[in-house]
Design a protein around this ligand. Structure first.
Ligand code: NAP
Ligand code: BGC
Ligand code: ZN
Length: 360
């Protein structure tokens, strides 16, 4: 079968041939339909994040997948059922640990998990994949064509749950929110703000010139585009307004610190980016004082668990059709090496690409 793999750091994903995997007891065989590509895949390809499985030179990519059960193999799943796999699994050679037993693998520390397609385990960019049934979340047939968006939406479900939890000790009524980053995660989150959560005022930060499809989406959602080249994050309150909620999805490390200045008193920022090492100066005293004197919170958030995937399926069903059509700029059928190169080529017209292994 075809699979898309990378030798991290080479910068070039390749089409490779692998045997169809055999499901172990408790696992189902899934025919992969579509797999989304995000900023993390590009970070893995560049070799700045993630790792190959132990003893392997290459990593099969892909962590945002939707597929259909081909062989339930004695599990509770049914043949023909559409499913979305979660990303984390127990480390190689182990069955489970306390985080997986609690259904909170997203809170596991390093060494207590692998991530399919990212760290230490092959991903879903292959014609067939196997997975324990407990990590396959059923999705209704009509949502299956866009089922590869469930994983990234689940990332925001989790991050917002944690952000809100930090504000749960008092009466907090957020009215303004900004997403830092106009990539696919940022735009999905803005759409969740605009259409399902509903802050009165929403903003999204980028660094693009008009005309640009991501700016069109921001404005169509009713948001205000903020250009970081004109308005640095720390100057957002002066140029626009202080933000009750900030959602960082740029992976630009300075934003984590500048965000403290962008927050309104009692505000919270969720940090999602995964930057490489970068040494720069920060006024630590000012940062510390701002956090304390204005009851501000910063919360980092990674991955998501099955519960967030289930909420994400409901959210996907609520997002407007025009938005989803504009967001998914390409679904590329993988028939040869050129399709792989084209799918991973990144330019300013690309927002969300999915690779397709089989028709729905
Ligand atoms: P992406 O497509 O690379 O999007 C990042 C966006 O941020 C790009 O549109 C980029 O603009 C913009 N940006 C970067 N630096 C900027 C700056 N200084 N000013 C304004 N805009 C800036 O990535 P993604 O898939 O949306 O993911 C976003 C980040 O979240 C990545 O770091 C990814 O690794 C991370 N992530 C984390 C989790 C988690 O569980 N924590 C889950 C998914 C993704 P240009 O394109 O114009 O350069
Ligand atoms: C994935 C998460 C993963 C994170 C860190 C993200 O792109 O969506 O599932 O935990 O990267 O590797
Ligand atoms: Zn991702």
């Amino acid at each position: 079968m075809d699979a898309i793999a990378v030798e991290p750091g080479t910068g070039e994903p390749e089409l490779i041939e692998l045997p169809v995997p055999e499901p172990a007891p408790g696992e189902a065989l899934v025919k992969t339909l579509r797999v989304g590509i995000d900023g993390t895949d590009h970070e893995v390809i560049r070799g700045v994040h993630g790792d190959v499985p132990a003893g392997d030179a290459r990593l099969v990519l892909g962590h945002e997948a939707v597929g259909v059960v081909e062989e339930p193999n004695g599990t509770d799943l049914e043949a023909g059922q559409y499913v979305v796999p979660t990303v984390r699994r127990p480390p190689q050679g182990t069955e489970t640990n306390e985080y997986f037993e609690r259904g909170e693998a997203d809170m596991a520390p390093d060494g207590e998990y692998v991530e399919r397609g990212i760290v230490g385990a092959h991903g879903f960019m292959a014609e067939y994949v196997t997975s324990p049934a407990e990590f396959l979340v059923p999705i209704p047939e009509h949502l299956a064509p866009l089922g590869f968006l469930v994983e990234p939406i689940s990332i925001t479900e989790k991050a917002l749950e944690h952000a809100y939890a930090t504000r749960s000790a008092f009466e907090w009524r957020p009215e303004s929110a900004i997403v830092l980053g106009n990539g696919s995660l940022g735009l999905l989150t803005l759409a969740m703000f605009a259409k399902t959560i509903g802050y009165e005022r929403t903003y999204c930060l980028g660094r693009r010139d008009r005309p640009d499809p991501s700016i069109d989406i921001i404005e169509e959602l009713g948001g205000t585009y903020v250009d970081s080249r004109e308005t640095p994050v720390s100057e957002i309150p002066a140029a626009y307004e202080p933000m009750d909620l900030v959602y960082e999805a740029t992976g630009y490390a300075k934003h984590a610190f500048e965000t403290v200045e962008a927050l309104a008193p009692n505000g919270v920022a969720a940090l999602l980016g995964v930057p490489g090492d970068w040494t720069f100066e920060v006024d630590g005293g000012r940062l510390h004082r701002e956090l304390v004197l204005h009851n501000k919170a910063l919360v980092g958030s990674v991955n998501s668990n099955r519960r967030h995937f289930e909420s994400a399926i409901d959210t996907l069903a609520e997002l407007p059709e025009w938005f989803l059509e504009a967001l998914v700029t390409e679904v590329r059928r993988i028939e040869g090496p050129d399709d792989v190169a084209a799918a991973f080529a990144d330019d300013d017209t690309t927002i969300k690409t999915a690779v397709e292994f089989a028709s729905i």
